[in-house]
Ligand binder design. Structure first.
Ligand code: F6P
Length: 367
């Protein structure tokens, strides 16, 4: 099937590498298919408002290394359940999905590339079921998407967190302190686990393993007794104590977003440790620094491969799919197999076994 006009949008929280995907899709669509490429602005909101820009080889030539997304994004604008403030300040929800389909048709597009994480791809799948030829491209720093080895954006976030760990190591050691680094990831511990191992953490706490505070304290005490009166703890924002709950962020909970914000578990952990140990404890929350800035080389290559493969899939009419990394290849998987699913770290994984084998305390054993 010849594709003549294709659309692309970026949805959900941004991450490093989005622009590399936009560039790859644009270049492959123009070079391989002689197609026009329409960038839809502000995620699915652009499909409601009709706000678009034409993407060309020239307009995308300097964006490979640029953080963020030149198309803009939002994690609010779900056209099937669009949340707006009513005149009385309450939230009203409206289904604008038919309007979005009309915009797609008015733009005379042959295909829509939806670049996003689990929530965005689920919306993409709903549009596919409404007749829009959709191809998904997997993005998220959380790395929590099924059917792909990695999402782009993740490795850059891990690098940022690892760099922060390196810095906390030196200051923590100098002051004989317990240093806690809280990282993102929602209910998945991928960033904490990989960056914790890479950054030489002594304790790593992830959502998939409810931690026992006595095990955390034991590890710090053992290190102190052994002549290392400092400890570095990596904690995922979604981590929770055995029998406890996740900690919700204090900041405004994003009413229009409709999703609870996580954050603050690092401070909670610090308060627990301080009660038991005569070492000072300091907490750093890394936050959106993990999402901004230039992508590392892994994410540039992965994003380019995912984008170029998506165009190839569109040219073959393989819609309702997502491009995915199945090392060493890029493959196509069905969007229907992803909807509503999140990939967590398996508690029996080799990665966790590896961490524990070298003495990293994961909060579940006294060691
Ligand atoms: O899903 C990506 C992510 O960065 C999560 O790790 C984090 O919990 C959330 O988005 C933060 O969202 P927001 O940018 O709305 O604060």
């Amino acid at each position: 099937m010849a594709i003549q006009r294709v659309g692309i949008l970026t949805g959900g929280g941004d991450c490093s590498g989005l622009n590399g995907v936009i560039r790859a899709v644009t270049r492959a669509a123009i070079i391989q298919c002689d197609a026009k490429v329409i960038g839809i602005e502000g995620g699915f909101e652009g499909l409601i408002s009709g706000q678009t820009q034409e993407l060309t080889i020239r307009s995308t030539k300097d964006i490979l290394t640029l953080g963020g997304t030149i198309l803009g994004t939002t994690n609010k604008g779900n056209p099937f359940d669009y949340r707006e403030l009513d005149t009385d300040g309450s939230i009203k929800t409206t289904d604008y999905s038919d309007k979005a389909v009309e915009t797609f048709k008015a733009l005379k597009l042959d295909c829509l590339f939806v670049v996003g994480g689990e929530g965005t791809l689920e919306i993409g799948y709903k549009f596919y079921k409404k007749g829009i030829p959709v191809i998904g491209i997997p993005k998220t720093i959380d790395n929590d998407l099924e059917k792909t080895d990695y999402t782009f954006g993740f490795q850059t976030a891990v690098q940022v967190a690892c760099d922060a760990m390196d810095r906390l190591q030196t200051t923590g050691k100098s002051h004989h302190r317990v240093m806690i680094l809280e990282v993102m990831g929602r209910n998945a511990g991928w960033i904490a686990l990989e960056a914790g191992i890479a950054g030489g953490a002594h304790i790593i706490l992830i959502p998939e393993i409810e931690y026992k505070i006595e095990n955390v304290i034991k590890k710090i005490q053992l290190r102190k007794k052994g002549g290392s009166p400092f400890s570095i703890i990596m904690i995922a924002e979604g981590a929770k104590q055995k029998g406890g709950d996740t900690i919700k962020a204090q900041e405004a909970a994003g009413r229009l977003q409709g999703v609870e914000k996580l954050g603050g578990v690092g401070f909670y952990l610090a308060s627990q440790i301080e009660k038991e140990i005569d070492l000072e404890v300091r907490t750093t929350v890394l936050g959106h620094i993990q999402r901004g800035g230039s992508p590392n080389s892994f994410d540039r290559v992965l994003g380019t491969r995912l984008g170029s493969f998506a165009v190839d899939a569109a040219a073959q009419g393989k819609f309702g799919t997502m491009t995915a990394l199945k090392t060493p290849d890029i493959v196509l998987v069905d969007l229907k197999d992803l909807a509503g699913k999140v990939r967590s770290v398996s508690v029996d994984s080799q990665l966790i076994a590896c961490a524990e084998s070298i003495g990293i305390n994961m909060g579940r054993k006294a060691m």
